[in-house]
Design a protein around this ligand. Structure first.
Ligand SMILES: [Zn+2]
Length: 56
């Protein structure tokens, strides 16, 4: 899996539509479209990394 294409973080812009999982302990999932801003984790409210788990 190419990290540069499938991982991003809070405040970046989504470039690959899909389901992302936070890299914090919460492992929250969000569904994003291209152009969306990556959110903070909805549970711990911190800036987190987001890893693409399924492209849509
Ligand atoms: Zn969290």
């Amino acid at each position: 899996m190419s990290k540069s294409e499938t991982a991003t973080s809070t405040d970046n812009t989504c470039t690959t539509a899909g389901i992302y999982r936070s890299d914090c302990a919460d492992q929250e999932r969000v569904t994003l479209a291209v152009g969306d801003h990556l959110p903070k984790c909805p549970s711990c409210r911190k800036a987190v990394g987001w890893n693409l788990v399924a492209a849509t």
